[in-house]
Design a protein around this ligand. Structure first.
Ligand code: AMP
Ligand code: GLY
Length: 415
């Protein structure tokens, strides 16, 4: 099968790594890709936000299957254009991708489907924002209504900071604070059948001990030793199935990856957010543990035959990934720094490119992640940091505490 993967992040590199080892794949193209995908797939330049351009490339390549990685092209309608060209495509339609593209739409779907989530208010001006902040009280949670790559959310006990973020965004969702450890659960769906992957945990803040501003994610591990084993079934029953059914009933079936971001509160799992694509960096750890064919799974979701796919098989191991971000991230990242050691096993590329002189340089906020698996979580963590120690990036930032609290059994679900 000729497969085109659209995107240029760590998620696309991880997907390409999985596809490149699959005998069903006869040729693999990644567009536009990064320095990591270039080592295992053919590269093509591409404006991924242009639906016609993506569909045209897929046709020109004779692609038999297209995977759309990031959210922005999904929200721009790229999956619709590829399907309209007659090519099976993994990724929801523009209409269904609103689940990620608009926090207000997601809240509306959750309310209609009876999905447990934080109480919230959509606020269009400063007076509405102030009223909502006072209704829910501190800590305040203020979310830009549109796509913001995980950086549109401010969680703070400072009312002025919350108001300033609301003013900056214009249209915001303000909601009650959810107390409890976070879980990312990826579910593959064809619009009816839902298949959950392993739960993972992400580290959103830039600094050790969950300090500093939110980022797209600084590290992850899977599975979660502290999570009650029945949680996945519960989230499937209470969140994933009702959401998929509600969207189908609205005539906007969601086929692709439903990313459920949860807080494990004293009242049970509560949805923090939905995304319409694999998460970064959780994908690196989840796919590192998947033994079954990712290609078979995603293709079945694209063509509506997920019910026929055999149960997934997982390695009986743990995985840890640690992100290296560019200087100044999550502010405007410094780009163009030379990276060494990034071709080692376990290094997954995100914002990297190969310069004309052959050097690999940084080209995005999150640059690389160091990923490892081992029979224990502590072993995987040690290995991941060993992989990381072989990489050099001037000004590179990384957290030193990824997976640490889970290993020390310090994570508790509030009672
Ligand atoms: P989001 O973009 O909605 O995922 O939010 C980014 C991050 O902000 C989440 O991963 C949480 O760490 C935090 N967050 C978002 N909503 C809430 C909430 N209602 N309560 C507590 N933390 C939240
Ligand atoms: N890791 C968070 C995200 O992908 O949105």
């Amino acid at each position: 099968m000729r497969v085109l993967v659209v995107g240029s992040g760590a998620r696309e590199h991880a997907i390409c790594l999985s596809f490149s080892g699959d005998s069903r794949v006869t040729s693999l193209i990644c567009a536009p890709g990064n320095a990591g995908t270039a080592a295992i797939a053919e590269q093509r330049p591409l404006d991924i936000l242009n639906p016609a351009a993506v569909a045209a490339l897929a046709v020109e390549l004779g692609a038999e299957f297209v995977v759309i990685g990031p959210e922005a092209p999904l929200v721009a309608g790229v999956a619709d254009a590829v399907r309209a060209a007659g090519i099976p495509c993994f990724g929801p339609s523009q209409a269904a991708a609103q689940l990620e593209g608009s926090k207000a739409f997601a809240k509306d779907v959750m309310a209609a489907a009876g999905v447990p989530t934080a109480r919230s208010r959509l606020c269009l001006d400063a007076a509405q924002a102030a009223a909502a902040l006072d209704e829910f009280g501190a800590p305040y949670v203020v979310k830009d209504d549109g796509l913001a790559a995980g950086k549109g959310v401010v969680v703070t006990s400072d009312r002025d900071e919350a108001l300033a973020h609301a003013a900056e965004c214009g249209r915001v969702v303000i909601e009650e604070y959810l107390d409890g450890p976070e879980v990312s659960l990826f579910c593959v769906t064809d619009g009816h059948t839902v298949v959950p992957l392993l739960p993972a945990q992400d580290f959103k803040r830039i600094g050790d001990g969950d300090t500093g501003p939110n980022t797209g994610g600084m590290g992850a591990y899977a599975p979660l030793p502290w999570l009650p084993p029945e949680t996945v079934d519960q989230v499937l029953r209470e969140v994933a199935q009702p959401t998929v059914e509600e969207l189908a009933a609205r005539g906007v079936p969601f086929a692709g990856l439903l990313y459920i971001g949860l807080a494990m509160t004293s009242a049970g799992p509560r949805v923090i957010e939905f995304n319409a694509r694999f998460g970064d960096p959780e994908t690196q750890v989840v796919l590192a543990l998947l033994e079954s064919s990712l290609l078979q799974l995603l293709y079945a979701a694209a063509v509506g035959t997920l019910a026929e796919v055999p149960s997934l098989v997982w390695r009986d191991e743990s995985a840890v990934t640690v992100v290296i971000a560019a200087a100044n991230y999550p502010g405007t990242p410094r780009l163009g720094d030379v990276i060494t050691g990034s071709e080692a096993e376990g290094v997954i590329h995100a914002g990297t490119r190969r310069r004309e002189d052959g050097a690999i340089v940084s080209s995005g906020g999150r640059v690389l992640s160091a990923t490892a698996t081992a029979s224990t979580l502590a072993g995987a963590r040690d290995q991941a940091y060993t992989v990381l120690s072989g990489i050099d990036l001037a000004g590179g930032q990384f957290r030193t505490d990824i997976a640490q609290r889970a290993i020390y059994k310090e994570i508790e679900i509030p009672q």
